[in-house]
Design a protein around this ligand. Structure first.
Ligand SMILES: [Zn+2]
Ligand SMILES: [Zn+2]
Length: 71
C-alpha cells in the first residue's frame, strides 16, 4: 500500500464545504463584514461584543466573496 492510499481517508474526512465568519455592525447595521476586518467599513466602529457574528457557508467563490465583503 502506498503512502498516498494511507493519506486518502484523511482527505475524505475533511468536509469540502467551507465556512467563513461575518459580522454585523451594531452601530450602523451593516452586515456581512468579513471577520478579518476589525472595524466597520461604513462607520469605522470596531467590532465589539454586541456585533452579531454569523457563520456563512461558502463554495469555491470564497475568496471572491471575501474580497467583495472587504470592499
Ligand atoms: Zn458600522
Ligand atoms: Zn458592535
Amino acid at each position: 500500500m502506498s503512502r498516498e492510499a494511507l493519506l486518502l481517508p484523511i482527505w475524505e474526512l475533511g468536509p469540502k464545504k467551507r465556512y467563513i465568519y461575518t459580522w454585523t455592525c451594531c452601530n450602523c447595521g451593516r452586515s456581512r463584514i468579513n471577520i478579518m476586518v476589525e472595524a466597520c467599513p461604513d462607520c469605522c466602529t470596531p467590532r465589539c461584543a454586541y456585533c452579531q457574528t454569523t457563520k456563512v457557508q461558502v463554495r469555491q467563490s470564497a475568496f471572491q466573496y471575501a474580497h467583495e465583503t472587504q470592499a
